[in-house]
Design a binder for this molecule. Structure first.
Ligand code: SF4
Ligand code: F3S
Length: 123
């Protein structure tokens, strides 16, 4: 009658967990989500975002910046700095730019240099 006590399995994965983080480091303790640089940055690269980031989470690629999900502390400081609104919290990346989430992670973890200074924009 009382078998099971109505208890479900313990939930090990919080709802806000990022799929991305499981791909990068499956065994690492769950952490906050990252922010993502998307399409509007490409061939523009204003770099205002990198200047305000408190943890140097931005990395410099040829035509855009990307955010390192292992470094980003989810502070939101970069978002209002971007003149072309290219930065999104991981769970708010527009569908058509969804692939930028993994791209940011792969590029930033591939050895690209970090950036915290302003550069001349490309556009
Ligand atoms: Fe840096 Fe904060 Fe933007 Fe993350 S959300 S990239 S920590 S400024
Ligand atoms: Fe790109 Fe905007 Fe930063 S254009 S470099 S995300 S300020």
């Amino acid at each position: 009658m009382d078998a099971g006590s109505g208890a479900d399995f313990a939930i090990a994965i919080p709802q806000q967990t990022s799929r991305l983080h499981y791909k990068i480091k499956p065994s690492e303790e769950v952490r906050q989500m990252t922010y993502v640089v998307a399409e509007p940055c490409v061939n523009c690269r204003y770099t205002d975002c990198a200047v305000v980031c408190p943890v140097e989470a931005f990395h410099l690629d040829d035509d855009m910046l990307v955010i390192n999900p292992e470094t980003c502390i989810d502070c939101d400081a970069c978002v209002p700095e971007c003149p072309v609104e290219a930065i999104f919290p991981e769970d708010k990346v527009p569908e058509e730019w969804a692939h930028y989430t993994l791209m940011n992670a792969e590029k930033s973890l591939s050895g690209l240099p970090t950036i915290s200074d302003k550069l001349d924009a490309l556009c």
